[in-house]
Design a protein around this ligand. Structure first.
Ligand code: FMN
Length: 198
C-alpha cells in the first residue's frame, strides 16, 4: 500500500505531487527488490519574470534577471505583462515585475491590459505569490516610477507577500538594479517553509 499525502495536508499542490511521487517511487522499488532508492532531486524552483517596457530598457533588465536566476539553478522565463492575466498568477509562487512608466505616470503599452485587470475590483487574491518589483523611470517626471509603484501596491493589496522591497530606478539605473537583483536572489534562496522553494 503506497501512502498518499492527504489533500488537506499543509502543502502546496506541487509539494504534494512531489511527495506522492517520492513515496510511489520508494515503495515500488522496495516491493520489487527490497532496495530503498536515493531520494529524488527536489523540484525545480521556478520564477516568473514579467516586464512592461516601451523602448526595451525594462525588457533588457528582465532578460538579465532571467540569466542570473538560471545561473543559480532556478527555472526562469521572461514575458510581457500583457501576456498574463491576474488569474494566471494565482499559482505563481515567485513573481518578479520589472516595468517602466510612460505618459504621465502610466503603464507602458505592453502592460496596460494587465494593469486594467489587476486593478479591477474582481481581481483574484494572490496569497500564494511572493513578489518583488523593479520600477524604471526618470525623476524629472512628476510621477516618478508610478507604474511600478502602482503594481507593487496592488500586488500587496491582493494578499501577495513582498519578497524584497521595490527598487525605483532613475535614468542611471545600473547600481540600483544590481542591488535589487542581488537582494532578490538572496531572498529566493532562503527557504521560507511556505512553498518558497517550489
Ligand atoms: C514620453 C515619455 C514619458 C515618460 N513618463 C514617465 C513618467 O511619468 N514617470 C517616470 O518616472 N518616467 C517616465 N518616463 C521615463 C521612462 O520610464 C524611462 O526612460 C525608462 O527607463 C524607459 O524604460 P523602457 O525602455 O523599458 O520603456 C517617460 C519617458 C518618455 C519617453
Amino acid at each position: 500500500m503506497i501512502p498518499r499525502i492527504p489533500d488537506q495536508a499543509p502543502f502546496s499542490r506541487e509539494q504534494r505531487a512531489w511527495l506522492n511521487g517520492f513515496f510511489a517511487g520508494l515503495y515500488s522499488v522496495q516491493a520489487v527488490d527490497g532496495l530503498v532508492p536515493d531520494a529524488p532531486a527536489p523540484p525545480t524552483r521556478s520564477v516568473t519574470v514579467l516586464f512592461g517596457s516601451q523602448t526595451g530598457t525594462a525588457e533588457g533588465l528582465a532578460r538579465k534577471t532571467v540569466n542570473a536566476l538560471k545561473a543559480q539553478g532556478f527555472a526562469a522565463s521572461a514575458c510581457e505583462l500583457d501576456t498574463m492575466t491576474p488569474a494566471d498568477l494565482v499559482d505563481v509562487h515567485h513573481l518578479l515585475v520589472i516595468t517602466s512608466t510612460y505618459g504621465d505616470g502610466e503603464m507602458p503599452d505592453n502592460a496596460q491590459i494587465f494593469w486594467e485587470a489587476l486593478s479591477a475590483e474582481d481581481a483574484p487574491r494572490l496569497e500564494q505569490t511572493a513578489f518583488a518589483v523593479c520600477a524604471l523611470g526618470d525623476s524629472s517626471y512628476p510621477d516618478f516610477c508610478q507604474a511600478g509603484k502602482d503594481i507593487d501596491a496592488r500586488l500587496e493589496a491582493l494578499g501577495a507577500r513582498r519578497l524584497f522591497p521595490r527598487a525605483d530606478c532613475d535614468i542611471d539605473y545600473e547600481a540600483v538594479f544590481a542591488g535589487w537583483l542581488e537582494g532578490v536572489c538572496e531572498a529566493l534562496n532562503v527557504p521560507s517553509g511556505d512553498g518558497a522553494l517550489v
